[in-house]
Design a protein around this ligand. Structure first.
Ligand code: SAM
Length: 493
């Protein structure tokens, strides 16, 4: 046997331009000398520990460059007039590389490396780590070696199917139901199934022709209950898209599968829809099912996205052991930056970064960002920066950027272009790429790339035009990691 080592490349933030440290040391020392401010006062004013501040005024090897966040504040305190360090100190870029021993893993098939007292050795279980967000189940090698017959309704890109695949479940798909041509193409590409298995419009299926199955998945449309939508509701017979739920109930009534799982926005259990929700659960009860529901947030499942969704699990009473519990998730500290692509095309940046060096960042009180060719003041909110392009107020969802060392907001289902931005520091804000939004839903880069090429080929004569559809498909889907743990708990007994 031989040792196999894998270096995991990670995006790291590095300085874009060199800082002339000798000159900077001199400027800092001189300004400090001429200023009446003590280290303690500077430390308090900038809310930085004294030990950190001291290093800015050292002339030996212990000198450190002040961080980009406080540089302009420090200039003001010490009355430094030159702008020459502004751009080098505040401009970073993301590069991919292995900079840390901790980012190595060793193959379980190989020999262990020498253990050191301090070094933590990680053993590789999943060789297909796309990014740091390794899945709990895969990491712990929990698998379900089962065979199961599945009917998938409102299939989208098939998050349930993806989760079952990751759990090693052998899925016998009796049919799927989807009406969106882009989703149908994506679904058949990811899951390698024939489009002939598509039953089409759920309200028109011939129920008696569907073969028997064990599990029905039905993440029905949420437009009529979600905050963004018009809230027309889901009442039976109302004709709204969300009321397609009742079509799924008609199938349940005839086919009586062992398990059914639905997912939707959490507004479904809000007061406005309470009556319909209760009616649904009562219908399931009358059909012979015990139903369990809970709101789960994907941020507890190794995904740096705040996405709260309600999961509704029904188990046929005659087989319900009463042992099903929802997964609790884990305390994770994944950050948006963990899923960022290291290098992206200039078009994703909302400002023209090439021109930004000509801007003078003096006397900045708020964080400033580049918006097209102008600089805007952005307010620092808890989870994101918010700016105001139109002058109508600091509240548009489109005009915000999530901090890269925090969690991203919910990936939306809009196909009008992705509205999620990340703040990279300095003046730089950029939109998330479609690949990043797929990562935030627990799909792999391979899934994304395969679907992208397929959609371009089928719908756009090979031109690269599928990106709006890819954003929409991610936002419409369900976080695979959450489903993995939920389905594991449901099917393990
Ligand atoms: C919230 S999405 C579900 C996404 C899916 N769970 C996934 O993993 O991607 C709802 C899906 O229902 C589909 N849909 C809407 N009306 C439908 C109908 N009458 N019959 C079948 N599917 C329909 C939409 O095209 C959309 O893809």
């Amino acid at each position: 046997m031989k040792l196999i080592r894998y270096d995991i490349k990670l995006p790291v933030r590095v300085r874009k331009y060199e800082v002339d440290t000798e000159k900077l040391k001199y400027v800092l020392k001189e300004s400090k000398k001429n200023s009446s401010k003590t280290i303690k006062q500077i430390s308090e004013a900038l809310e930085r520990p004294k030990t950190e501040v001291e290093h800015w005024f050292r002339s030996d090897n212990c000198f450190s460059i002040p961080s980009s966040e406080i540089w302009l504040g420090l200039k003001e305190i010490l009355e430094i007039n030159t702008d020459e360090f502004d751009v080098p100190i505040t401009t970073f870029e993301i590069r991919e590389g292995v900079f840390d021993q901790a980012n190595r893993v060793y193959d379980v098939q190989g020999l262990s490396p020498t253990l050191t007292t301090s070094g933590e050795v990680k053993i590789l279980v999943d060789k297909n780590l796309n990014y740091k967000g390794a899945r709990f189940l895969k990491k712990n090698n929990l698998k379900l070696n089962k065979h199961i017959k599945v009917l998938s309704l409102f299939s989208g890109i098939g998050a349930f199917e993806k989760a079952l695949h990751n759990l090693n479940v052998d899925v016998d798909l009796v049919g799927f139901s989807e009406i969106d041509q882009f989703a149908i193409e994506a679904y058949s590409t990811i899951h390698n199934v024939s489009k002939d298995l598509n039953l089409g419009d759920v309200s028109k299926v011939d129920i008696n022709n569907i073969p028997d199955f064990d599990l029905m998945t039905y993440g029905f449309p949420c437009q009529d209950v979600s905050i963004g939508g018009k809230k027309n509701g889901l009442s039976e017979g109302s004709g709204t898209r969300s009321s397609l739920l009742w079509e799924a109930m008609k199938i349940a009534e005839v086919k009586k599968p062992k398990y059914m799982v639905a997912e939707n926005v959490k507004g479904l259990i809000g007061s406005k829809f309470q009556e319909d929700f209760n009616k649904w659960i009562t219908r399931l009860d009358n059909l012979g099912y015990n139903t369990y529901y809970k709101i789960l947030n994907s941020n507890r499942f190794f995904i740096p996205q705040n996405r709260e969704r309600i999961f509704v699990v029904s188990i046929r009473k005659d087989i319900d052991s009463g042992k099903f519990v929802f997964p609790d998730g884990h305390d994770c500290n994944y950050k948006l930056e963990d899923i960022l692509e290291p290098v992206v095309d200039d078009k994703y940046f909302i400002g023209n970064l090439k021109d930004f060096e000509s801007y003078n960042q003096d006397e900045v009180e708020k964080v400033q960002i580049l918006y097209k060719d102008r600089i805007l003041d952005a307010e620092k909110k808890k989870n994101y920066l918010q700016w105001d392009v139109s002058g109508k107020g600091y509240n548009s969802q489109q005009d915000r950027a999530f901090y890269k060392d925090g969690l991203c907001g919910t990936v939306p289902a809009a196909n009008t272009g992705n509205k999620l931005n990340v703040y990279l520091g300095g003046l730089a804000v950029r939109r998330l790429t479609s690949k990043e939004t797929w990562r935030l839903m627990g799909f792999t880069d391979e899934d994304h790339d395969k679907v992208k090429s397929r959609l371009n080929e089928v719908f756009y004569k090979g031109k690269d035009k599928s990106i709006p559809q890819l954003y929409k498909q991610a936002g419409n889907s369900i976080v695979v990691n959450v489903l993995e743990e939920l389905l594991y708990n449901l099917l393990k007994n």
